[in-house]
Write a new protein. Structure first.
Length: 135
């Protein structure tokens, strides 16, 4: 059995256009609204690893983790003209929740202390790969 920590950071961003119509006297006017979106997520977990097959070069394990998840979403909407003085243009939402994760992993050591690892899990990133260091 081993204990450890995990920190995962993810950011997604993008933009979109939305075409809206309004009437000015007898004419329908098309206007294009632009929107930028940014989503960030930071996970911090304390983990317990249960090793069920371990050699000097390979280590199979299962894990369970508890921690906090910090999320932030930012939406910036840009109206097409100054004809919308009270138009909602910006929003920002921060949220902190409790997180649980469970998974299966594999470490393959390339030397006595440095290796690569791969994990499949639920409650966190579905799949992850990376480097590991043996103390």
């Amino acid at each position: 059995i081993g204990i450890g920590a995990e920190i995962t950071y993810r950011v997604l961003s993008g933009s979109a256009d939305e075409e809206r119509y309004r009437w000015d006297s007898l004419y329908r006017i098309s206007e294009n609204f632009k929107m930028d979106i940014k989503y960030e997520k930071l996970r911090t977990f304390a983990k317990i690893n249960v090793h069920f097959y371990k050699t000097n070069k390979v280590d199979f394990y299962s894990n369970f983790g508890l921690g906090l998840v910090f999320e932030r979403i930012e939406i910036n909407q840009k109206p097409p003209s100054i004809n919308y003085p009270n138009y909602y243009q910006y929003s920002n939402d921060n949220r902190t929740t409790f997180g649980i994760k469970a998974g299966l992993g594999l470490r393959a050591y390339l030397s006595d202390v440095v290796g690569i690892h791969a994990e499949l899990s639920i409650g966190g990133p579905i799949a992850r790969i990376g480097f590991c260091y043996k103390l």
